[in-house]
Ligand binder design. Sequence first.
Ligand code: ADP
Ligand code: 5GP
Length: 191
Amino acid sequence: MKKMKGKVIIFSAPSGSGKSTIVRHILELYPDMEFSVSATSRPPRGEEVHGREYYFISNEEFSRRVEAGEFVEWEQVYAGRCYGTLKSEIERIWAKGHVVIFDVDVKGGVNLKNYFGDDAFSVFIKAPSIEELRRRLVLRGTDTPEAIEERVAKASEEMTWQDKFDFVLVNDDLQTAYAEAEKAVAAFLGK
Ligand code: ADP
Ligand code: 5GP
């Protein structure tokens, strides 16, 4: 894959911090920006649609595509559940001249920033506290109590990676967070 074809914006955060909410908001503002749909071996939840939120594939297919070198990066984010960015997805978006926007876990965000270098702008989003993070996951209502505890436990470790990002955004009041994200993205894109 040719590496430097366009700009990419990376949003990473411990699960429940509000990253998907903020990414959706930014996407509404930029018609020439496109969400990088990751592949995952976890099953769809709620209203998720194959090819929109994720490409849902089996663990076997995931392994086969890792072996074939089809991923820019991938992680086993939770036990038995892999997530990764397909090279074909970046090519699909760049072919249209669009900016790629990522919603990936913290390690994936660091790996993508290393891969794309100055063509990437990486943002770490964090909730004001771990208690607030847990509260948001409970209110979201998409995960079992066990999955919520797994995500919260992981968050403390993920917080130690925030210095590796270009920008750290505390998502306390959502409207303020939207405004800060908009400003940072506009500055990076020169718009
Ligand atoms: P992530 O993508 O980081 O896992 P989500 O965007 O799904 O997080 O947000 C987790 C939950 O918290 C959602 O139910 C969302 O509506 C809610 N949420 C997001 N931002 C805020 C905020 N600033 N204050 C309160 N709740 C929020
Ligand atoms: P969820 O199961 O809540 O959709 O996602 C779990 C975590 O996996 C989130 O932190 C999400 O950002 C992350 N994730 C989604 N796609 C990718 C990807 O392509 N690569 C990596 N490393 N993480 C991803």
